[in-house]
Design a protein around this ligand. Structure first.
Ligand SMILES: Nc1ncnc2c1ncn2[C@@H]1O[C@H](COP(=O)(O)OP(=O)(O)O)[C@@H](O)[C@H]1O
Ligand SMILES: [Mg+2]
Length: 385
């Protein structure tokens, strides 16, 4: 049996990566032209994959640019961030680890980094600072890429994933000011800052009273369209000598509302269930399997919510246009209009719903199918072709 052409769970920057030509081109152009770019979308739509792809395009085509990428998801303090920042910038500045060890003397004036190297230099290089000293000299670290770029006649592109995580640290607003002040003066460093918490990201970058306002281009990453998913699915089946009819293939992005991760997951299960020619039953079984696999997650999600929050989700699932109107509040038992406002905010912060083009939607299409079956007894199987 050949290998599945569908991939989910990791970033897909090469095999499995599809479309996004315009996003790729725009981000590439921005980053080579020194335009900071902030990329925002709900999780699992494809930000990390896109950035990984553009970084590899940069590495291939722009010999004077050094790229730095890391994820802030697991970083838990400002100091940790600064150490990681210095470490990754130093690592990107040269392909030789011998050079990394010299960087302490070469690139730092006021603060002395502790550099250490393990058995495998590529993975075991780390940078530490005396945290008392660090407090006074954050600027030097934040400006490290510019210092190195000037001395070595190179440029840096720095990509920071889940950037909004910084906003959860103590004293973020002071640090935020400092970062912006240092970074905006840099001529040789361009930033790509991206993250999944739409509201936190827009609050950092699109709020006129905040330091990062107008730091660069804000790009709201969109979903890949149904037509493009359709091409991708048909081609991927064909590449492994299987045939899927258009009428069946199109149901995959439709059911998963073009959500990247889920389109890949449902395609994969369908592919796995099918023989040479895909039958509707293969897709139905795949959908059941997908929902079954994810059910523990959905259950956990529901258990963390109270009745009025679940009722609000019911109203959203039914497409009620006016969530705060008296009739909606009464028929769905949503409490008071103040609690509707509060619950909306909680559901948004938990990544369960968000507002798109004026109306609220579930962020997770498979969770929505599961939810509608649980509360409205709605069957999610596709009955006709
Ligand atoms: N351009 C793409 N083409 C095909 N599948 C994609 C693409 N981008 C993302 N995916 C699918 O979505 C999943 C999540 O992508 P990821 O880049 O991790 O999203 P995010 O960073 O927005 O959370 C990937 O594992 C892959 O299955
Ligand atoms: Mg990501």
């Amino acid at each position: 049996m050949s290998k599945t052409p569908f991939i989910y769970g990791n970033t897909v920057s090469f095999s499995g990566f599809t479309n996004r030509e315009k996003d790729r081109e725009k981000l590439f152009r921005n980053l080579t032209n020194g335009i900071n770019s902030m990329l925002i979308s709900p999780r699992r739509w494809g930000k990390s994959s896109l950035v990984e792809r553009v970084v590899s395009d940069l590495n291939k085509n722009e010999s004077d640019i050094r790229t730095v990428s890391f994820d802030l998801f697991s970083v838990s303090s400002e100091n940790e961030f600064l150490e990681l920042f210095a470490q990754e910038v130093i690592k990107a500045s040269s392909s030789k680890w011998q050079d990394w060890l010299k960087s302490g003397k070469e690139f730092f004036q006021v603060i002395t980094p502790k550099l250490s190297l393990g058995i495998d230099p590529a993975t075991d290089f780390s940078v530490g600072f005396d945290w008392e000293e660090l407090k006074k000299h954050k600027n030097e670290i934040l400006n490290l890429p510019e210092t190195i770029a000037k001395k070595k006649n190179i440029r840096f592109v720095i990509c920071l994933d889940e950037f909004q995580n910084l906003a959860t640290f103590d004293n973020f607003s002071a640090f935020e000011k400092k970062m912006r002040a240092v970074w905006q003066r840099q001529k040789l460093v361009t930033y790509c800052l991206f993250g999944s918490k739409r509201h936190m990201m827009t609050d950092i970058f699109n709020n006129p009273s905040k330091p990062f306002y107008r730091f660069g281009d804000i790009i709201m990453l969109q979903k890949i369209t149904t037509a493009k998913w359709l091409d991708f699915i048909e081609m991927s089946f064909a590449s492994t000598n299987k045939f899927i009819a258009k009428e069946i293939a199109i149901k995959i992005p439709q059911l998963m509302k073009n959500h990247s991760w889920y389109v890949q997951q449902l395609s994969h299960y369908t592919w796995q269930n099918s023989g040479k020619t895909v039958k509707l039953k293969d897709l139905n079984d795949a959908l059941e399997e997908l929902i079954f696999t994810n059910t523990p997650l959905y259950q956990k999600e529901i258990e963390s919510l109270n009745h009025s929050q679940i009722n609000l989700m019911k109203a959203i699932a039914k497409g009620e246009p006016q969530l705060s109107s008296m009739t909606t509040i009464e028929s769905y038992r949503l409490g008071t209009s103040a609690s509707v406002v509060k619950n909306k905010r909680i559901l948004i912060n938990n990544d369960i719903i968000d507002k798109f083009e004026g109306s609220y939607e579930f962020l997770d299409p498979a969770f929505e199918l599961w939810f509608c079956k649980l509360f409205f007894g709605k069957n999610f199987k596709i009955l006709n072709e």
